[in-house]
Structures are given as C-alpha cells and as structure tokens.
Design a protein around this ligand. Structure first.
Ligand code: IPE
Ligand code: IPE
Ligand code: MG
Length: 240
C-alpha cells in the first residue's frame, strides 16, 4: 500500500513546566530544555523531507501567566532567534511566524524580523513558529484580509472557497497532515483550527523536552499506514 504523504507536520509543544517541576526545578528550566528539543526536531523533520513544520511556541492566552514566566519566555525567544537558530539558516530552513506582534516586546519583534529576513530564500523546509498566536484570531484576520480584497475588487464572492481561504491565512501554509501534542492533554488549545480539518491527531504523554527524533519516527511510521478517507471511501481497501 502506498504510504500517506506528509507535507505539513504540526506540534503543540506542551509540558515544559511539568517536566521541570518533576525534576524539582523552576518552570523556566523546562522552557530552555524545550527550545533545545525543538532545534533537534526541526532539523530532523527537514532530514525526513517534511516541507512544513508548524510549532506552537506561545499562545495569545499564555499572557495570562506570571510576569516572571512571560518575561523569561520572551528573553528566550530573543536569545534563540539571534544565536542558536542560526543553525536553521545553515540547514536551509526558512523561518516564518504566525500570530501578531501586538503586546510583544520590541526586542522580540526585532529578533523575529532578523531571522525571517535572514532565512527568507531558503528552500529545504519551512519552520512556522506560532508566537502570540490564536487559531480563531487567525481565522478572523484571514476574513478581514478577504474583505479588503473583496472591497478592492481583487476577488469576487464566487472565487472564494475553502481552498482559496488558505491564501488569506498568516503564511498560506497547506493543510496539516499530522498533529502531535506532547504533555498528555487531549485538546487543541486554539492551535491552527482551520488547517487541522483532516489532520491525524496524536496525543502523547511525553513532556516536550523529552520528545525526540525516535518518538517522531515511530509516530510518522504509524501515520504512513493510516486510512485517510477525507470523507470518502477507500476503494483500494476493499470497502465495496
Ligand atoms: C508549553 O509548556 C510551553 C508554553 C506554553 C510556552 P507549558 O509551559 O504549558 O508546560 P506545562 O503544560 O505547564 O507543563
Ligand atoms: C498550548 O499549551 C500552547 C503552547 C504549547 C504554546 P497550553 O499549556 O497553553 O494549553 P492549555 O492551557 O493546557 O490548554
Ligand atoms: Mg501547558
């Protein structure tokens, strides 16, 4: 049997705080370890030939956390986008961001711009970092862009359909094929709701800092064999 195509992988990187607390450390220690895990996973995904990797780094609702934790995460983003993530540049990975810059500190916005600019012509794979991101908010942004085009006469109502709508989302990324959430919770927490329509969903107990290439390989191998029907009937499987 032909294996499923895996063009767009998405990961909800959850469980950093609990991973650290289980070790008697501060939550920030878990966030640092999570950033290291992401670097390895992103490089591995490109090696596997996965063209798009979307990761949930910070939700709009994560601003509800303590100032100490939010400040630490913002500092971690700046450090990573400026230095460590140079590796993405070396490996030909294009980095893009989904979300809004509102409420983000200036140095975070500058570091996001810098890595986006530096990697914009790369073609080995795209890493989409969802930062200050919400899935419903992205759908609202897309509908606002669509209405602007409609008012400007750039598109007609007849031209709009569910495939066309992707062009109005933050980075015009393809539908998600496979979504993995680490950390044990079985929910989407407002992550890429539009793109997830026929995604295969894997919820695993492993905390994100412990997530690695071997675990990803196992999930992907399982995913390859799933009967994805997209609402139809798979004739090849003998469902006559
Ligand atoms: C995910 O880990 C990272 C962010 C949300 C920034 P958490 O910080 O949510 O870790 P847990 O779920 O509390 O363990
Ligand atoms: C989702 O995790 C957001 C990220 C991983 C960045 P949360 O920890 O914020 O989600 P909830 O609160 O458990 O739903
Ligand atoms: Mg969490």
């Amino acid at each position: 049997m032909e294996k499923n195509e895996l063009k767009h992988l998405a990961i909800i990187m959850d469980g950093n705080g609990r991973w650290a607390q289980a070790k008697g450390k501060k939550r920030s220690y878990g966030h640092k370890a999570g950033a290291d895990a992401l670097e390895k996973i992103a490089l591995h995904a490109v090696d596997m030939g996965i063209k798009y990797l979307s990761v949930y780094a910070f939700s709009t609702d994560n601003f509800k956390r303590s100032k100490e934790e939010v400040d630490y995460l913002m500092k971690l983003f700046v450090d990573n986008f400026h230095s460590k993530y140079n590796k993405f540049d070396k490996h030909g990975i294009k980095v893009v961001f989904s979300g809004v810059t509102e409420h983000l500190p200036d140095d975070v916005i500058e570091s996001m711009k810098a890595i986006t600019e530096k990697t914009k012509n790369h073609q080995n794979g795209t890493l989409n970092i969802c930062l200050n991101y919400g899935g419903q908010e992205e759908i609202i942004r897309a509908s606002e862009r669509y209405h602007e085009d409609l008012n400007a006469g750039k598109i007609t109502k007849e031209d709009m359909n569910r495939d066309k709508f992707y062009e109005y989302m933050d980075n015009n990324l393809p539908p998600i094929d496979l979504m993995i959430r680490t950390g044990g919770e079985k929910r989407l927490s407002n992550f890429m709701l539009y793109q997830m329509m026929y995604a295969e969903l894997y919820f695993i107990d492993t905390y994100f800092p412990d997530f690695n290439a071997d675990i990803l390989d196992d999930i992907v191998n399982d995913y390859y064999g799933v009967d994805r029907r997209f609402g139809g009937i798979n004739e090849k499987k003998g469902n006559s």
